[in-house]
Design a protein around this ligand. Structure first.
Ligand SMILES: O=C(O)[C@H](O)COP(=O)(O)O
Length: 231
């Protein structure tokens, strides 16, 4: 049985204000640092140790990895950073509060931009915006050439990614349908253990931690664009 642990970075200062981050290189909030510490302790208690950690090149991912490795007393572990694991570029939505975006563009449109496979928000001034499909295309070579390669070499691998680079990875690993992707929401700093057979085919997955709290956290992520959101 082969294994991979995926985790989204801890709460960022833009997550804290319920705003789209995308490629904006924002820091962790104080709560985000604590979340990363808590996740590391959970991993330790459940006997997960790592040989390599893959991160994006955004500081909320790298800092979460650093905090986790420091908490696990494992700062020697190799870290590899790639732009391919970055959050999706969120176009004109970057920096905008998610509820205000729903007021401006409509709640259903924001859900489609956040969770559909092929829709993307209008481009930002620098001419960028990515759909989940675009992210899947850039994540796939990194999965094949780096992450899957490490797992096949029997390394213990941790990926510290983002909401949508992890959705893209799960789409590749689990061959998810567009309907399944629409309902896939990833909570911050919650370790997801994926199990594979020896041919690296997906078998099973489970989150570490209090399952009721995790369900609530997932629901909160899903509802971030809701007009009923309190942020
Ligand atoms: O960078 C962002 O905007 C968030 O981390 C991810 O946002 P989402 O969960 O709304 O896609």
């Amino acid at each position: 049985m082969k294994k991979l642990v995926l985790i989204r970075h801890g709460e960022s200062i833009l997550n804290k204000t319920n705003s789209f981050g995308g490629w904006l290189d924002v820091d962790l909030s104080t709560k985000g640092v604590q979340e990363a510490q808590h996740a590391a302790l959970l991993l330790q208690q459940n006997h997960h140790n790592f040989d390599v950690v893959h991160t994006s090149i955004l500081k909320r991912s790298i800092k979460s990895a650093n905090v986790m490795l420091e908490t696990m007393n494992s700062l020697w572990v190799t870290q590899q950073s790639s732009w391919r694991l970055n959050e999706r570029h969120y176009g004109i939505l970057q920096g905008m509060n998610k509820k205000e975006a729903s007021i401006k563009y409509g709640e259903e449109q924001i859900k489609q931009w956040r969770r559909s496979f092929s829709q993307k928000p209008p481009q930002s001034l620098d001419g960028n915006s990515e759909s989940l499909e675009d992210v899947t295309i850039r994540v796939r070579p990194y999965w094949e050439d780096s992450i899957a390669k490490d797992i096949n070499q029997n390394k213990q691998v941790l990926v510290v990614g983002h909401s949508n680079s992890l959705r893209a990875l799960l789409c590749i690993i689990k061959k998810l349908s567009e309907q399944q992707l629409l309902e896939l929401n990833i909570p911050t700093a919650t370790p997801l253990v994926i199990q594979f057979n020896d041919r690296l085919q997906y078998q099973d997955e489970f989150y570490l931690g209090n399952q009721e709290q995790i369900k609530q956290k997932i629901k909160q992520v899903a509802n971030q664009g809701s007009l009923k959101s309190n942020k």
